[in-house]
Design a protein. Sequence first.
Lengths: 337, 658
Amino acid sequence: MKRLASIAFATAIALFLQGCAGWQSALDPKGPAASELAWLIWFFTGLCAVVWVLVMAALAVPLMMRSRQHAEPLALDAGADSRKLRVVMVAVGLTAVILVGLTLLSFFANRTLAAIGSDAALTIRVTGHQWWWEVRYEDATPSRILTTANEIHIPAGEPVRLLLTSTDVIHSFWVPSLSGKLDLIPGRMNVLDIKADKPGVYRGQCAEFCGAQHANMGTFIIAEPRAKFDAWWNDQLQPAAAPTGDEAKAGENLFLKRPCVMCHKIGGTPAGGTVAPDLTHVASRQTLAAGTLTMSRGNLAAWIADPQGVKPGSHMPVVDLSGDELNAIVAYLEGLK
Amino acid sequence: MSSADLTSERDLPPEREASTKGDIAPERDGPRDTGMDDVSLHRWLARTWRTPPGIIGALSSVDHKVIARRYLITAFLFLCLGGLNAVAMRIQLSGPQRGLIGPDLYNQLFTMHGVTMMFLFAVPIVQATGIYLVPLMVGTRNIAFPRLNAFGYWVYLSGGLFAWVSFALAMAPDVGWFAYVPLSGPEFGPGKRADVWAQMITYTEVSSLAVAVATIVTVLKQRAPGMSLDKIPLYVWALLVTSFVVVFAMPAVMITSTFLILDRLVGTHIFNPAEGGDVLLFQHLFWFFGHPEVYIIFLPATGMVSAIIPAFARRPAFGHLGLVLSLIAVGFLSFGLWVHHMFATGLPKLGASFFTASSMLIAIPNGVQIFCWLATLWDGRPVIRTPLLFVFGFFFTFVIGGLTGVMLASVPLDLQVHDTYFVVAHFHYVLIGGSVFPLLGAAYLWFPKITGRMMSERLGRWHFWLAMIGFNAAFFPMHIVGLWGMPRRVYTYPAELGWGNINLFISAGAVLFFLSFVLFAFNLVHGALRGTPAGDNPWDAGTLEWATSSPPPSYNFARIPVVTNVEPLWAERGALPVASGLRVDARELIISTVAEAHPDIREKSATPSIWPLLAAIAVGATFLYSIFTPWAIVWGAAPIAVTLVGWFWPKGDPEDEE
């Protein structure tokens, strides 16, 4: 099952996202912060490469020299040594100058980064959980506060403020093509401002080791034009779609009777658990289990039937379901667009 | 070595001796080496300093060379185990979505890899090399506190066994070598795995503190007459500075692991934010140790480089004073950088910038060292033998690691590469390039001294090239895949991120690198059994360890040399001047003054004893028990007290009765 699921996932994603290589890369910046950082990385790399080549050249000189070996190791040429001392002093001085330069460069880059989100209009609270992301859109109007999971829709071209915290262990939020990473620490709140220049899907994943499924804690930033983003927000605020068809209705009943309801919330139903991702619009998301599987009927079934095979160690328990029951629940969830 | 007439300044002045030991009646004093012929001197000293025969005798040994050999072999075995961990991880990562190793085992593997390499290989092996070489290089007969030194080895061994037996029982720590709370705390780290981490730290830190104390005292108080501070070999300086760093850094991690054990076993809330504790406190404490730790591993390696280069460049190190001051500066600065491991925790930006500056600053003394070594090599044509080849490998790789370190010092840049494979590449360039390559060079350099036989030069060159190609193939692409967004400590990755091919390449390089160590092991065994006999000084090097036979006798030097130059064997081509006046029927050392190394008093050196082993067993059992209940400390105190009483029981020497 696990093999099948992962093969299905791999091929599906590969087809779906063909040509998206670099969508989680610090060298492929898609926002002002990442662009500034990519420039900084290339500058440091270039300078370091030059320094390295110079040191290697200095090392190669004695190997190329035809001069004879010292017959008597203590018979030193005082004049040559004092010339060498001067060379070493100059090298140390240059090192110091380069380091001061890089320190200042890094300081000013930090200031540029800090300025990016100073006028952010949208605030999103991201809470890390083992091993998924809770995403809450803050709004002055309580009824417009929206909770979702793992996929973060943002308006393209606008700075967005992320408030990062955690309720269990330390995680780290990192979407390399948009920004550097920042930790989600229980008992603390960190602020990260991001901005995507253009609409697109930018992948990120947890960068601080957080236990068994650290590897499968992906997230997606989905940048959209403002109008599309507003429409998405309004859609997400709606309660869950009522099930259509007998199978889906049976699925809703099962969902509410079985342990699912203990952890998950589905807006508009009595299901109100908050320890696991909100499923009100689960089928509108692109992936399942924090980027582990693409959203599809088969993958939904695979994930519910064998969560420990798909994501060993995850906190999603195996719920004993017959084949029909599983199909019913999948049919219900599939309708939660 | 023959006895030379000494000036009265160099000889042990009888009147000073009388002033310190005035009440020892001359008739109770034993025979001295003054004027004794070489044959009977050897007979006396061999009987006095030998390790007793039999198994009990071997377990009682306090000879620094015997202990160091055990350390070296044990640490090498742990290197192989840690290497196997790495190969297993690389096989799992060689392609996307491989199902060979699940997350539970993988997380134990990378934790054990880190813990083994840092605590069971790197620190012990650099300290072990020091245990072997420092007493020889300063011209004394044994390390200071030889029983403490033996105790240190046994505690280290039990800590290593403890960790690896836990791994065999599938209860090895799985929280990373840094074991951040809350992941390792009581709520999220069930079972005994995090406790194993915490107590294994305690074992190995006790042992490295013991070695550090012994090294410091040996260097400061047991140097041969005439070896004033400016004539101490650079390698010994490196070990001295390292030992001070150990003394100040290790307590921080012992506090960290003790706090963690308290949270887990006693129910304190030191790291629990829900009860007013702080999870970042753990990181501050851990990295206050963790960053100096890097220099604990690196500084002795710079000492090795400073020993290899003069021997093969055929001149004393250029800028000796500059090199010593750089070592000391690095030792101090290493305590001011720890926050650069925590830039991603969201510290105040201005505060973090200070740590950018301090992290940049440490590149200056390191740069001074590199430039001084290069200047040494510029003088004439160096003799290119395997040890020097590894020093070239060190330059090639360590400079890359140092420069990527400068990149990581920048706060904003670090936020992109922190906790990615870029960092994995960086610290392997620093630790393998900066420490393992010099260690391998040092192995080729000092192997003849330890075994009396040479290692094969031909195999050595093969080893070098295999290691260089394997290492760079394995670790250079990690920089790239890290920038492509691959985080550390993931047991798998999705295919569509496009990291598959580069990871396969990395894995192939890792296997090649592992094979280079197989070749090295073969060369070691082959050299020990079949190598050509080395003679006292096969490289015509200048420091004191080459003045005695290979391998050195149990008493190191028949007569204690008197030092006139930083490279004494080059300064005194005929015969070294020697000091005399030590008893030959008892283990006696010269204690000299700290700065000038004037001979000051004669001091007893401890005799072989089984008690350090028994004490280590009692301490080890207490630590083991303490992962189950805090009462272990109470119950364990009794057997530890008994063994310590046995250890320090008065021997009836006149000195003890004073």
